[in-house]
Design a protein around this ligand. Structure first.
Ligand code: KIV
Length: 278
């Protein structure tokens, strides 16, 4: 059992960093207080991912979510958790333009949510920004490989590192993000051997999603693992439950009860004599 699992305090980014090469990090996304409450006892890092644009708001890409929305969801996840390290995604358009913009957005996220750090997408081109954030006390989770915010402009959700040029680029991205001071790096959608090679080469934990079991940790979108998001299921997802069907059956049973006047019963009513209402 890891040290932080035996204490009552929240897992810090230093704890996450210290897990390099050790017990793998179990990470999931969370967007709401109730979901965070269920996940918190077991999960090392909860990511308030901008995937919520697609999963919660039904948008076609991760791009349509505002900083205000991310902050609201981030604050909810903090309220619902006491143990996990909570990281909030900087959404598209709130950091790429300049390190100054990234710093202002990150400072808002940190101050208004109480999260332990932020995540941003990008490699070599984001290194200066990551350096500036970490020098200003903002812990950064890097994200390289398949970058959902840029997928549209790069021809869709494509696995990265399949050819020599792509492999070299993702490897250089990993090195740049590591050297710039990120406390960990998400590797998304790469060929397995590349993720393994990066994990051996960088000084901080790698957290894979569609990457490699050799990564120092794994992350998935919670709704994918629970069968609650059925628009599509990527190859790298493992379904641990089929809650969509459970929710549908519950809704069906409730509707039948209402239609047949079986609900509410007197036990659900106020001002009913005790012998009838209990
Ligand atoms: O937005 C997100 O949920 C993510 C993870 C899937 C890594 O970036």
């Amino acid at each position: 059992m890891s040290d932080e699992a035996t204490t009552n305090r929240r897992i810090s980014v230093s704890d996450i960093k210290a897990r390099k090469g050790g017990r793998p990090l179990a990470c999931l996304t969370a967007y709401s207080k109730p979901m965070a409450q269920w996940l918190d006892p077991h999960i090392d890092l909860l990511l308030v991912g901008d995937s919520l644009a697609m999963v919660i708001y039904g948008l076609e890409t991760t791009r349509g979510v505002s900083l205000d929305a991310m902050i609201n969801h981030g604050a909810a996840v903090i309220r619902g958790s006491e143990r996990a390290c909570v990281i909030v995604d900087l959404p598209h358009g709130t950091y790429e333009e300049s390190p100054e913009l990234a710093l202002a957005s990150s400072q808002r996220v940190m101050a208004e949510t109480g999260a332990q750090g932020i995540k941003l997408e990008g490699g070599v081109e984001m290194a200066d920004t990551i350096r500036q954030l970490t020098e200003n006390g903002i812990p950064v989770l890097g994200h390289i490989g398949l970058l959902p915010q840029k997928a549209e402009s790069r021809g869709g959700f494509r696995i990265q590192g399949k050819d020599d040029e792509g492999w070299k680029q993702v490897f250089e991205d990993a090195r740049a993000v590591d050297e710039a001071g990120a406390f960990a790096i998400v590797i998304e959608g790469t060929v397995e051997a590349l993720a393994r090679e990066i994990t051996e080469a960088v000084s901080v934990p790698t957290i894979g999603i569609g990457a490699s079991p050799a990564c120092d940790g794994q992350i998935l979108v919670t709704e994918d693992t629970l069968g609650l998001f059925s628009d599509f299921t990527p190859k790298f997802v493992k379904r641990y439950a089929e809650l969509g069907g459970v929710v549908e059956n519950a809704a069906k049973a409730y509707a039948e009860d209402v239609h047949e006047r079986r609900f509410p019963e007197l036990v659900h009513c106020f001002g009913v004599p005790k012998d009838k209402g209990n």
